[in-house]
Design a protein around this ligand. Structure first.
Ligand SMILES: Cc1cc2nc3c(=O)[nH]c(=O)nc-3n(C[C@H](O)[C@H](O)[C@H](O)COP(=O)(O)OP(=O)(O)OC[C@H]3O[C@@H](n4cnc5c(N)ncnc54)[C@H](O)[C@@H]3O)c2cc1C
Length: 321
């Protein structure tokens, strides 16, 4: 199959790129390995965005929310409506395995087909690969790296690992649904980036003893019924039914490296791109959305990266004229 443009990933930013291609009447397709906006689909069922709805809009298409900050269902509805009402070309449940420079263009192989295209936009986000703890017991079925909802944790001993927004939201929700929650935090406090209206809630729940917290601590072993935690006061063992490990996620660096994109040697692992055009060090291969931050997964989000779609389209347009 020959295309002008292939967009990899149907998250909010991939969809924004598709809208730009459609406006310019380019022959494009978005290839998505999961459901439409797969990352958002996998977010906690009751999550609320920290952005107001107008900041999540793409191409100025109005996003009306019933709440000051929209929730997951509203965001799914919004991006779904944008994709369906604009009849965007999106192939779902098809994974891109490789992108190879092929003359002036690219060849792309996926789990279902092979394509050639003049340009490629990678907008694959970072939510697919959890940062693993690498400890015994991490593979037990009682351990998850993706929190969905609280009901199944009621009356259970639950350890939440992490102190970021996701961990704090999960700890509070599980506690409110009757779970016995212990947080294990590597640093000395709850994360500074936790939403300003949520932070006092978790701090007060910990101070009053409703939620237990170990700071400067690490989980070192998990088994069927217990968990071992290394704390500044020494090793402790707690009875444990479930572990919700929310220690962050990593972008898929392999697909970037294999396609020839260079990545910074430091811990940040930032992929190379021109910040005015979003073109990577490979001509015709672009980066869009949160993937641009490498390991700095907090740097880019929908609010500040939706603009990438227009920047890329404006640059490609010069070549296509
Ligand atoms: C709990 C939570 C709350 C958040 N709240 C906000 C907020 O309030 N405001 C805000 O602006 N941002 C927020 N963010 C961040 C925001 O969700 C991300 O910035 C956004 O999803 C990025 O969009 P994206 O299109 O770049 O990547 P994604 O939405 O992650 O989309 C990438 C897509 O690529 C697909 N993909 C990956 N690899 C392949 C492959 N090889 N082949 C095919 N498809 C592939 C994935 O399945 C996915 O659908 C939040 C994030 C989290 C986790």
């Amino acid at each position: 199959m020959e295309k002008d443009i292939i967009i990899i990933g149907a998250g909010p930013i991939g969809i924004a790129c598709a809208l730009e291609c459609k406006k310019r009447q380019w022959d494009y397709v978005v290839i998505e390995k999961g459901a439409l906006t797969n990352s958002l689909f996998n977010y906690p069922r009751n999550m609320t965005f920290f952005s107001t709805s107008e900041k999540l809009e793409i191409d100025d298409i109005p996003f009306i929310s019933n709440n000051p900050k929209p929730n997951r269902d509203e965001a799914l509805e919004y991006y779904r409506r944008v994709a369906t009402s604009n009849k965007l070309h999106i192939n779902l449940y098809e994974t891109v395995n490789a992108i190879k420079k092929d003359g002036d263009g690219f060849s792309i192989s996926t789990t279902k087909s092979n394509y050639t295209s003049k340009k490629v936009i990678i907008s694959t986000g970072f939510y697919d690969i959890p940062k693993l703890l690498d400890i015994p017991g991490e593979n037990l079925p009682k351990v998850t790296h993706y929190y969905k909802e609280a009901h199944n944790y009621a009356l259970q001993n639950v350890v939440v690992i992490g102190a970021s927004n996701s961990a704090v939201d999960a700890a509070l929700e599980i506690w409110r649904k009757g779970g016995h929650v212990t947080m294990v935090v590597r640093g000395e406090n709850i994360g500074e980036r936790v939403k300003y209206w949520v932070r006092p809630d978790i701090v007060n729940r910990i101070e009053e003893g409703s939620i237990n917290a170990y700071y400067n601590s690490e989980v070192i072993k998990i088994d069927e019924t217990t968990i071992e935690i290394k704390t500044p006061e020494g090793l402790i063992t707690l009875d444990n039914d479930y572990v919700v490990a929310l220690t962050g996620y990593l972008p898929n660096f392999k697909i970037l490296k294999d396609s020839g994109i260079t990545i910074s040697d430091d811990d940040k692992k930032i992929p190379s791109y021109n910040s005015e055009t979003m073109e990577s060090n490979i001509n015709g291969l672009y980066l869009a959305g949160v993937i641009c931050g490498g390991n700095e997964t907090h740097k880019w989000f929908i609010e500040n990266s939706r603009i990438h779609a227009k920047m890329i389209a404006n640059h490609i347009e010069k070549d296509f004229k």
